[in-house]
Design a protein around this ligand. Structure first.
Ligand code: DGL
Length: 266
């Protein structure tokens, strides 16, 4: 493992590209090796055991490609598998999840009531609530699974009447009233952040994990003297199941044209 090795970033599919994109902006010299487990998405509907099994295999693939760091760019994966990956691979790589940087950011503010929206897997793991409450037992943390949002965004409905109705339906849930902040605990949701902010008319802080994760990646690489300051970066994007439609959808999440490479790791 040395500074010129790539940063591995993985997700169940292509939503994690929002995180890859933020890492690229923060660290333009770093090479990124992205893996989208399109054969098994959505993770949000899977059991924790299934997600853990997929994550171990993907991490091994990224380690086989000499990744100096592995970023779990998926909340469902981070909630179910982060601790297991750190334990399983011990000192072989650095691991960064998307939950902790968002929780840290929310802790810094004096929010009394925090809402969390995410996939079913993330909500049922209780990862956000338990971490937020462990740091501040008086914090009121309310959670809502919002499973329609991922397919809605992937089908291109993220800035129109249909998405507006679905978003409003979820956000008007009784549990999500009188919030100080809403955490967008899914790597797809930055695409609908503006819509959500409009819904709250600036009265609620709406926070997603892409930028905070990029900051944490930079901090950790710097701490370990693994920042790549010299080389021209090379980015590669792997998927476990290629379809033209996945490649098309990457345009929603990443600012440049991407060629997806299919790889069989199962
Ligand atoms: N990217 C996943 C997450 O952040 C959502 C997509 C899925 O369910 O696989 O939880």
């Amino acid at each position: 493992m040395n500074a010129t090795c790539p940063i591995g970033v993985f997700d169940s599919g292509i939503g994690g590209l929002t995180v890859a994109s933020a890492i690229r902006r923060a660290l333009p010299n770093e090479s990124i090796l992205y893996f989208g487990d399109t054969a098994h998405l959505p993770y949000g509907e899977k059991s924790a055991d299934a997600i853990r099994y997929y994550c171990i295999r993907i991490s091994q693939f990224l380690l086989d490609h000499d990744c100096k760091m592995i970023v779990l760019a998926c909340n469902s994966a981070s909630s179910a598998a982060y601790d297991i990956l750190v334990d399983f691979f011990k000192n072989k790589s650095l691991f960064v999840n998307v939950v902790d940087p968002l929780v840290k950011l929310a802790q810094k503010k004096e929010y009394k009531k925090v809402g969390v929206i995410a996939t079913k897997a993330t909500i049922s793991s209780n990862a956000y609530r338990s971490k937020l409450v462990a740091a501040d037992p008086n914090k009121n943390v309310v959670q809502l699974a919002t499973p329609l949002l991922v397919p809605m965004i992937e089908e291109g409905f993220y800035n129109d009447n249909i998405s507006e109705q679905i978003i409003h339906k979820y956000l008007s849930d009784d549990s999500l009233q009188n919030l100080d902040a809403l955490l967008l605990a899914c790597t797809h949701y930055p695409l609908i952040r503006k819509h959500i902010e409009q819904y709250y008319k600036g009265k609620v802080d709406v926070i997603d994990s892409a930028e905070p994760v990029a900051v944490e990646v930079k901090r950790l690489l710097s701490e370990k003297a693994l920042l790549n300051n010299s080389q021209k970066p090379v980015h590669r994007f792997f998927v476990s199941d290629y379809t033209r439609s996945f490649e098309e959808t990457t345009k929603l999440f990443y600012p440049e044209n991407i060629s997806l490479e299919e790889v069989s790791i199962w």
